[in-house]
Design a protein around this ligand. Structure first.
Ligand code: CAA
Length: 258
């Protein structure tokens, strides 16, 4: 593919948005390639994904402004749907996704990171939803996910003011879990992915589903979602092995994703 690189290292898959000359901005071709890349992930072998951007300056500098500049209302809505569909696929992807944010995460860049399960960033990262300064609203989920992650007041301040924030503030408001010097970012992402990949895959995937689906439901419904996904783990090889290892005071031999 031209704009999206994919590499599998053991149980960890690394997706790199690779359009460095445009600071990895998302045009339709990038979105299509991202969609195809997700479809091609080997879900038997891969237990955690990392999403990052090429280079050391930008994660993703937003949706492609050149492509958007001449869209009609109808085309604008369709472009929003295109981004939303891919980001939703990422958000509901069965395997956890870590965003390793290596620089600018603006507009669609901040939005794609918020579709990932966990965000970590480099010290030079800058986050923001600058869309209202371009005469549009955030269009790839920013109005929805930013408020859910950092709270309504902070999200409205950032979006209405088109106010970008640096890594330390992103950490302070809970938009990222950790900040690293740029050269330590990918090793940290791979270490975290490795820790996740060691655990029982069905349990990790069901936890992701339970958290995501439960957050969209009332508590009565949410706990039923959890009960079903909890129950679903039983009778699996990995549940039997995990519990047998505990009771026999030994290490787990292997989680087999079954
Ligand atoms: N779309 C298209 N091209 C972009 C881009 C974008 N979002 N961001 C950067 N680029 C391109 C620039 O046009 C430039 O290309 P040329 O060399 O061909 O001129 C190249 O990337 C390098 O950018 P700069 O020269 O501007 O680099 P800089 O270091 O001076 O500034 C920056 C970096 C502050 C990130 C600046 O590029 C910038 O402000 N980019 C736009 C950020 C933005 O507004 N993002 C939101 C887009 S709208 C959106 O995402 C809508 C949505 O929700 C769906």
């Amino acid at each position: 593919m031209e704009f999206v690189l994919y590499e599998q290292r053991g149980a960890v898959g690394i997706i790199t948005i690779n359009r460095e000359k445009a600071l990895n901005a998302l045009n339709s071709a990038v979105l299509d390639e991202l969609d195809k890349t997700l479809d091609a992930v080997n879900q038997e072998e891969v237990r955690c994904l990392i999403l990052t951007g090429a280079g050391q300056k930008s994660f993703v500098a937003g949706a492609d402004i050149g492509e958007m500049s001449s869209l009609t209302k109808k085309e604008g809505e369709a472009f929003g749907k295109k981004g939303n569909d891919v980001f939703r696929k990422l958000e509901t992807f069965p395997i956890p996704v870590i965003a390793a944010i290596n620089g600018f995460a603006l507009g669609g860049g901040c939005e794609i990171s918020m579709s990932c399960d966990i965000r970590i960033c480099s010290e030079n990262a800058v986050f923001g939803q600058p869309e209202v300064g371009l005469g549009i609203t955030p269009g790839f989920g920013g109005t929805q996910r930013l408020a859910r992650i950092v709270g309504v007041g902070k999200a409205k301040e950032m979006i209405y003011g088109a106010r970008n924030i640096k890594a330390d503030e992103a950490y302070r408001i809970g938009l990222v879990n950790n900040v690293y010097p740029i050269e330590e970012l990918m090793p940290a992402a791979e270490k975290l992915a490795g820790i996740i990949a060691k655990n029982a895959p069905i349990a990790v995937r069901n936890s992701k589903k339970a958290i995501n689906e439960g957050l969209d439901a009332g508590m009565d419904e949410a706990i039923v979602i959890e009960e079903k996904l909890f129950g679903d783990c039983f009778e699996s090889h990995d549940q039997k092995e995990g519990m047998a290892a505990f009771m026999e005071k030994r290490k787990v031999e292997a989680f087999l994703n079954k």
